[in-house]
Design a protein around this ligand. Sequence first.
Ligand SMILES: [Zn+2]
Length: 175
Amino acid sequence: MGALYSASDIEVLTAESVPTHPYIARLGPDTLDTALTPAEVAERTLSAPFHRRQFATLLLDQGFLGGIGNYLRTEILYVAGIHPSKRPVDCTAEQIAAFAAAALALPQQSYRHNGITNDLALATHLKQTGYRRRDYRHWAFGRQGKPCHRCGNTIAKIMIGGRRCYICPQCQRLN
Ligand SMILES: [Zn+2]
């Protein structure tokens, strides 16, 4: 005999929604926790539940790391030089280290500096030379068609994981 459930207690979960359902997903460590170290983030990134998932979807999963919204997803991958279609297992040790450092540094800088994820000195310089906030605030997010701050190539907008993401095709190569 099965247990009886009230129909109102039962939600139909699609395969897509299960990982993010609040009663199922366990929250990952919060990137604003200053006690969290890049080594711990790197270890988590390379662990079995996460290492074969695309960074694009991994970064939107609060069960992986907490506190990363869509613009931080773009910015962390840009700073780490990682294409969002890549998986942790596809990356070099240097890329994983760069990712882990950026996954902590960018949310923490953004929290303390009014949402600015760009290099702070560069952002100040750009502001003084007449750039508007939307053009100096981020490295790549929202900057499609504009030159990459690092290499001058054109920033592209792509849809991945159902959300918009911005990449530099030169700084974030697939291969
Ligand atoms: Zn670039």
